[in-house]
Design a binder for this molecule. Structure first.
Ligand code: ATP
Ligand code: MG
Length: 278
């Protein structure tokens, strides 16, 4: 096996990164005008970590997730998932997209059940499917709304239905793009707590894109700050706060404030630079 990308974990276990971005860049065209969305980006996502990605609007965060899910090809460089170059849809990840993509002709329950109708999940016993769907609908607080259609839900409820649909699949890796962005502060905290409870100890890898630095520090093992377009990584911080974490309390720890100041400084610089460029 090539030495490339192998890391020494604290426990002494040699681990390959689960996702690897190698010199990844992306240019979009609006007519003949090129838009450099991502600069050359190198990143290794560790198996089992919760990685938060923050950065100004338009810096390529969603593009990064789209490419990890195999929905978009990188312009240059390569993305590897478990050592294999991602080519075509990556069925090993669940993706909660920034845009609402619930199927309007399906009820909440039928939408949440969708991933269990595909791939190997089709063969799960019906009882297990039903139990999982009910569990995740309950977890996001949509019990009682199983038979509602998306148009009969509020924006926040639709987001929660999407969250349930991405969790029901129970994949090795979860990609979440602003999962709690549209929610009120109280509900946001409650769902963050639920997400942590589900993720902590699960061994799953979670890449979470967020605009909310407090959310990033509260939840993540590492926080990545990206610069304004073209997006590059300008700061990475290991968040050494103890687990299990209490999202309601953790922000009051003195160390939290130190992380916040450090990362906020990096974000603020990026935003100023981004404004100069455009
Ligand atoms: N399919 C596309 N076609 C053309 N341009 C695109 C496309 N997708 C993204 N872009 C452009 O690439 C840049 C990065 O977009 P992206 O959606 O990744 O940003 P983002 O960091 O997720 O922003 P936000 O925080 O607002 O969601 C933007 O300038 C956007 O206009
Ligand atoms: Mg986005």
């Amino acid at each position: 096996m090539a030495a490339h990308g192998i890391r020494q974990r604290e426990e002494g276990v040699m681990m390959l990164p689960i996702v690897e971005f190698q010199d990844v860049s992306k240019v979009f065209f609006k007519g003949a005008t090129p838009i450099q969305a991502l600069g050359r980006l190198n990143l290794e996502v560790r198996e089992g970590e919760l990685l938060a990605v923050v950065g100004p609007s338009g810096c390529g965060k969603s593009t990064l997730l789209n490419m990890t899910a195999g929905l978009m090809e990188p312009g240059t460089g390569a993305i590897r998932y478990k050592g294999q170059v991602v080519a075509g849809a990556n069925t090993e990840v669940a993706y909660l997209t920034q845009k609402d993509n619930l199927l309007p002709w399906r009820t909440v329950e039928q939408n949440v059940r969708l991933p269990l109708e595909m791939g190997d999940h089709r063969f799960l016993p019906e009882k297990e499917k039903g139990a999982r769907v009910a569990r995740y609908i309950g977890m996001v607080g949509l019990a009682g709304f199983e038979h509602h259609y998306p148009k009969e839900l509020s924006g926040g409820m639709r987001k929660r239905a999407q969250l349930a649909r991405s969790l029901v699949y129970e994949p090795d890796t979860l990609l979440m793009d602003e999962p709690f962005g549209a929610l009120d502060a109280q509900l946001k905290l409650m769902l963050q707590a639920e997400l942590l409870k589900t993720w902590e100890g699960s061994g799953k890898t979670l890449i979470l894109v967020t605009h909310d630095l407090t959310e990033a520090i509260s939840l993540a093992d590492r926080v990545i700050v990206m610069s304004g377009r073209p997006g590059k990584i300008t700061a990475i911080a290991d968040i050494n706060l103890p687990r299990p974490r209490d999202v309601f309390q953790i922000r009051f720890q003195p160390q939290f404030g130190t992380y916040f100041e450090e990362l906020w400084a990096a974000l603020r610089t990026n935003m100023a630079e981004g404004e100069e460029i455009h």
